[in-house]
Design a protein around this ligand. Structure first.
Ligand code: C2E
Ligand code: MG
Ligand code: MG
Ligand code: MG
Length: 288
């Protein structure tokens, strides 16, 4: 009987794997057409300075508005796009769309765009970024590009050169998901990085976990000694925000401060009073 159950579990596991593989395959097949049809959208999540309580920018986060399946999270489709090669057009769309949107804001907020390591490998990023900035009229200092530690695992001279050139243009380079990769810390002093984003996994449960607080304090210390800005992501409550403020973290992002939202559905969102009230209220909370 136990043997039978064991066999059933294996069977169910295999079935689940199968369903997953089948869905991935379908999404992969549909993706090209969906890009052309404009089913990919950007949502924007606000980022704040912890000291001043002022908004500093927005991070652009991609979503797939699928006609049958509804909103699909990038956690599901980015990997698929990286495998089928469509990450390149998808990323170019995200960058252009983010810059176009940000150029229309009445306040000079920064926009952060996530990059894939594939872009560094397969294309010449510098001319692409240059032409998108020119085309959209967004000043380079209002663009932030997010990379992950995986970029540094098999980094070559070209990757470093590309990052240096982007930085020379005035673009900010942020290291996303900081602390979750396998890289050694030594890259922090050898790669051109302006900002680290402490991953949500360290920020979650901060109020109940001494271990994580020690790690976060150490990360903030590293940032300070290397003159790298530190942003904490995934802040979901006031207590966590307060702990980060006390620890000396400079910037904050998370559901407590604002969820990613569809700014296209809020024309003139900066003038809309509810949004302003909301931000003012959050700023008050930040000052405490
Ligand atoms: P990320 O860049 O680290 O983005 C942060 C993720 O955490 C986002 O998920 C965001 O919605 C979520 N988040 C923010 N605050 C909170 C919070 O307080 N609580 C919780 N539980 N979650 C929070 P999302 O939008 O699903 O994106 C997931 C990942 O997909 C991103 O992680 C990024 O690595 C990738 N991604 C998103 N857009 C793009 C893109 O345009 N290009 C590339 N290459 N990757 C992207
Ligand atoms: Mg990011
Ligand atoms: Mg992040
Ligand atoms: Mg993350």
């Amino acid at each position: 009987r136990a043997k039978q159950e064991g066999r059933n579990q294996i069977c169910c596991f295999e079935q689940r794997q199968d369903v997953r593989a089948h869905m991935d395959h379908e999404l992969s097949q549909e993706m090209g057409k969906s890009i052309a049809l404009g089913e990919f959208k950007l949502h924007f999540q606000p980022q704040f300075s912890i000291m001043s309580g002022k908004q500093t920018g927005f991070e652009a986060l991609m979503r797939w508005d699928h006609p049958v399946r509804g909103w699909i999270s990038p956690g599901t489709f980015i990997q698929i796009a990286e495998r089928n090669g469509l990450i390149l057009p998808l990323s170019e769309f995200a960058l252009r769309e983010a810059c176009t949107t940000a150029a229309q804001w009445t306040q000079p907020l920064r926009v952060a765009v996530n990059l894939s390591p594939i872009q560094f490998k397969k294309i010449d990023l510098v001319p692409m970024v240059e032409s998108i900035l020119k085309e959209t009229g967004l000043p380079a200092h209002r663009l932030e590009l997010e990379v992950t530690e995986s970029l540094f695992i098999q980094s070559n001279q070209r990757t470093i050169e590309t990052l240096k050139q982007l930085r020379t243009m005035g673009i900010t380079i942020a290291l996303d998901d900081f602390g979750t990769g396998y890289s050694s810390l030594s890259y922090l002093s050898s790669f051109p990085i302006d900002k680290i984003k402490i991953d949500r996994s360290f920020v979650r449960d901060l109020a109940n976990s001494h271990g994580n607080m020690a790690i976060i304090s150490a990360m903030i210390g590293i940032g300070r000694s290397l003159d790298i800005e530190v942003l904490a992501e995934g802040i979901e409550d006031k207590e966590t925000l307060e702990m980060l403020r006390v620890a000396g973290c400079q910037e904050a992002q998370g559901y407590y401060l604002g969820r990613p939202r569809d700014l296209a559905a809020e024309p003139g969102f900066e003038m809309s009073q509810p949004a302003l009230d909301d931000i003012a209220e959050k700023a008050k909370a930040l000052k405490l």
